[in-house]
Design a protein around this ligand. Sequence first.
Ligand SMILES: [Zn+2]
Ligand SMILES: [Zn+2]
Length: 174
Amino acid sequence: MIILVPIGFSAEHELERMRALLEARFSVRTYISPTDLDPRPFLEPKRHQYYSSAILEQLERDVPQEDAKVLGVCSLDLYIPILTFVFGEAQLNGRCAVISSYRLDNKFYGLPEDPEGLQERLYKEAIHELGHTFGLVHCQDQGCVMRSSTYMEEIDWKSNEFCPDCMARIAPLF
Ligand SMILES: [Zn+2]
Ligand SMILES: [Zn+2]
């Protein structure tokens, strides 16, 4: 089971679309949590950013079901202390992951709006971070969704698919 947890994420139709896509992709029942996670405790005032690792810990406490993967979805600027920002974070081989649309949006870069591009990037990030929770590490394959991305362009360059090697690693789980 995958549970999507909105974190002050207001685009409901967007969440429902992602729910359906993820359910089809992973062949796992996927639900949207009726309760939001309040991100305010995780704001670092000096950085004006939200600490993603702490959000993961909160998701773990909020959704105790052992058999559930939990994906937090937000549009906040996320960080971990050693990096300027992250698009998302996941517990490798764990239960929880979080993604943000904040730096996947053309608006952030002063570029013309591109809602479809934003949707596709958010979808790729969701699959990427969930891939980590299923035990996948970063992949060198150019087109593989598990390739690591530092810049938004790099997300556009890769596909939303697992390469055959990554697929072979997670296929036995489903
Ligand atoms: Zn990654
Ligand atoms: Zn791969």
